[in-house]
Design a protein around this ligand. Structure first.
Ligand code: PRP
Length: 183
C-alpha cells in the first residue's frame, strides 16, 4: 500500500470509509428519493468523498461544484473564507445538499450556508465526512449528516491535503508534526 514517509499513521482505513459512505448513502437515498436533490461538491477537499457518496445514492439527483478555501498552504485556518459560488447554478426551489470533507472551525460551511440561503433553496442540508468538534469557532454549528468525529489531529488523504499533497491517499491519515510545524 502506498504510504508516504510524511505519514505518521492511518486514522481511518479505506474499508472503514467505504462502509461509512455506503451507510450515509443509504440514509440520504431514503431522505431524498423523489426530490431530485442538487448535490454540491465543495472543491477541492470534498472531491473524493463526493465521488464515492453520489455512487451510493440510489435515486435521481443532479450535481454541481463550487470552490471554497481558507487555509492556503498553512495548517491553520486563515479565518478568511473565499467563496466562488458559481453564478450559473440555480439553487432556487431546489433541495440542496452541500458535501464537505471536513468540518473544523466551521467558518467555511457557515459562510457557505448563509450565502446559499440567500438563493432561496427549498431545503439546505450539510453533509461532512469528518468533524472536529473540539476546533469549532462558530459555536454550536453542526452538520446535518456526518461520518466520523475525530480528535484535533492534522489529517490528510481521501481528498484532504497539506500544501496540496496527499489528496490521493485512499485512507485518512495523521501527518507527522515535523512536516507542518514550521509553517
Ligand atoms: C478545508 C475543507 C473545508 C474547510 C473546513 O478546505 O475542505 O472546506 O477547510 O475548515 P473550516 O471548518 O475551519 O472552515 P480548504 O480551505 O483547505 O480548501 P481545499 O478544500 O481546497 O483543500
Amino acid at each position: 500500500m502506498y504510504c508516504p514517509n510524511e505519514i505518521d499513521r492511518i486514522l481511518i482505513s479505506e474499508e472503514e470509509i467505504k462502509q461509512k459512505v455506503a451507510e450515509m448513502g443509504r440514509v440520504l437515498t431514503k431522505e431524498y428519493e423523489g426530490k431530485n436533490p442538487l448535490f454540491i461538491c465543495v472543491l477541492k477537499g470534498s472531491v473524493v468523498f463526493f465521488a464515492d457518496l453520489i455512487r451510493e445514492m440510489h435515486c435521481p439527483l443532479e450535481i454541481n461544484f463550487l470552490k471554497a478555501s481558507s487555509y492556503g498552504n498553512s495548517s491553520v485556518s486563515s479565518g478568511n473564507v473565499k467563496l466562488d459560488v458559481g453564478a450559473g447554478i440555480d439553487f432556487k426551489g431546489r433541495h440542496v445538499v452541500i458535501v464537505e470533507d471536513i468540518l473544523d472551525t466551521a467558518r467555511t460551511l457557515y459562510a457557505l450556508k448563509n450565502e446559499l440561503l440567500t438563493r432561496e433553496p427549498a431545503s439546505l442540508k450539510l453533509v461532512t465526512l469528518l468533524d472536529k468538534p473540539s476546533r469549532r469557532v462558530v459555536k454550536g454549528f453542526t452538520a446535518d449528516y456526518e461520518g466520523f468525529d475525530i480528535d484535533d489531529l492534522f489529517v490528510v488523504g481521501y481528498g484532504l491535503d497539506y500544501d496540496e499533497r496527499f489528496r490521493n491517499l485512499p485512507y485518512v491519515a495523521v501527518l507527522k508534526p515535523e512536516v507542518y510545524e514550521n509553517t
